[in-house]
Design a protein around this ligand. Structure first.
Ligand code: 9YT
Length: 129
């Protein structure tokens, strides 16, 4: 069994920082679970364009408020604790955190991230084997 605490991840190589978010990778590909699991902070007042062309991602908000806009249809959904979105169609989207609050999200990726991925200029994570 694998047991980890968030404090085991913070300030290690699995604590990944980007301008608009900070992702603490609790489970990665090497753990052999078939998915990766991240505790991610989306910084207050930020907007991020994201397109996971090679991955499916489910996101569950546990703190903070914001919104997600799907590019294909322009729909905007409020994000608050207890809200889940699943990018089952590799949906291009804008993720926005309210100016007042960071959002804290539990994120699951299939296929799992290896830990080396960073968003490219198109908001895409490469598929690393
Ligand atoms: C919610 C979201 O997609 N945030 C961007 C970071 C990503 N979830 C990650 O690598 O944890």
């Amino acid at each position: 069994m694998i047991v980890r605490y968030l404090e085991d991840i913070v300030d290690t190589e699995n604590d990944v920082h980007a301008p608009t978010w900070n992702s603490r990778r609790l489970l990665l590909k090497r753990d052999g679970m078939g998915f990766s699991l991240h505790d991610t902070i989306i910084k207050a007042g930020t907007e991020t364009f994201i397109w996971y062309a090679h991955h499916l991602e489910a996101v569950y908000c546990i703190a903070g408020e914001g919104e997600i806009e799907t590019v294909a249809d322009g729909k905007v959904y409020k994000i608050r604790p207890g809200m889940l979105y699943a990018l089952n169609e590799h949906d291009k989207h804008y993720l926005r955190a309210s100016p007042e609050t960071d959002m804290r999200m539990v994120c699951v990726f299939n296929p799992p991230l290896t830990g080396q991925e960073v968003h490219d200029e198109n908001g895409v994570y490469p598929l690393i084997d």
